[in-house]
Design a protein. Structure first.
Length: 311
């Protein structure tokens, strides 16, 4: 019988994604061109940008630590071709905790969003302004800075070798669902801001913008519903072997393709149509490393569990 190969597409994909996570975070951590960007601005925007930048950068250091741990552990695994189960659990826990702290860095943004909503409420402004502030600012920022970190911390607590694997699986799906909800809310709010300023004609005049808008508003929503459906079906999973790897591959690949499309549509199609959407997605998006996810998702999607065994 032919021995199993160590270097499989799934493992190579994992290495590629972890490397992308590390390199992109390294670049974000030590790109300092943002320092002083608040100087030309007037109050209160000047103080808001200053506080948000400082708090986000301080917590980005924890994602940087998470990326170092993940990258180092993966390299050690490829060198030794082995990794103790208990050590693997410990690595995952630390990565999850530091990633959760990173998202806490957006608490100041959520605070300013809630303050803005409260001011609108006190000023008795139209209901439309109130709903716009709630949908575009408050809900997305609260989800990403409070709900998501809490779920990451709970997941870290559940990932232990002495706990039933079904608890880790359950909270992995919950956290994954929250992640996609956060991407859906934040990216949709950005597009709604663009359409509100430029009108619906801006989408119909630029097909690539229309595709990005539809994939954001409806595509990410559909992906959220799908992962919720898979989470429900996997609620009674007792072992990792029972997981629906094909479904997980679909989720990971779809999310990665979303990031890939929005990146390359700007590079090849957008031309000089720079706008707030691209400024946010390309200039202020610390999750662009996810465009590497199809390298992990596709091997999962087509993986033959009988032919490939994890080591």
């Amino acid at each position: 019988m032919e021995p199993q190969k160590f270097y499989t597409p799934l493992k190579i994909g994992l290495l590629a994604v972890v490397t992308g996570y590390f390199l992109f975070t390294l670049h974000g951590m030590f790109t300092l061109s943002w320092i002083g960007e608040w100087e030309p601005l007037h109050e209160p925007i000047r103080t808001i940008i200053f506080v948000e930048d400082i708090s986000a950068t301080a917590c980005l250091a924890f994602r940087f630590l998470a990326s170092i741990i993940a990258f180092s552990a993966t390299i050690i695994y490829f060198i030794k071709k082995d990794f103790k189960k208990q050590t693997a659990y410990k690595v995952i826990r630390w990565v999850l905790v530091f990633e959760g702290i990173y998202w806490l860095g957006l608490l100041t943004t959520a605070g300013y969003s809630v303050q803005g909503f409260w001011n609108i409420l006190l000023q008795n402004r139209p209901l439309g302004s109130l709903l716009n502030s709630l949908i575009v600012d408050v809900i997305p920022t609260v989800m990403e800075s409070i709900v998501l970190p809490i779920s990451l911390f709970i997941l870290a607590f559940k990932v232990k070798s002495n706990k039933p694997i079904k608890l880790a699986v359950k909270w992995s799906f919950i956290t994954g669902t929250i992640f996609i909800v956060v991407f859906w809310l934040t990216n949709t709010s950005s597009w709604l801001g663009i359409v509100g300023q430029a009108g619906i004609e801006y989408l119909t005049a630029h097909p690539e913008h229309l595709v990005s808008f539809v994939s954001t508003v409806f595509g990410l929503l559909a992906l959220t519903i799908y992962i919720g459906y898979i989470a429900k079906k996997s609620a009674r999973t007792e072992t990792l072997e029972d997981l629906k790897l094909g479904a997980i591959g679909i989720i990971i690949t779809s999310l990665g393709v979303y990031f890939l499309w929005n990146y390359f549509s700007w590079v090849f199609l957008a031309g000089n149509t720079w706008n707030y959407w691209y400024a946010w997605f390309l200039g202020h998006n610390m999750d662009l490393w996810m465009l590497s996810l199809p390298l992990l998702g596709l091997p999962l999607l087509f993986r033959n569990k009988d032919a490939e065994k994890q080591r």
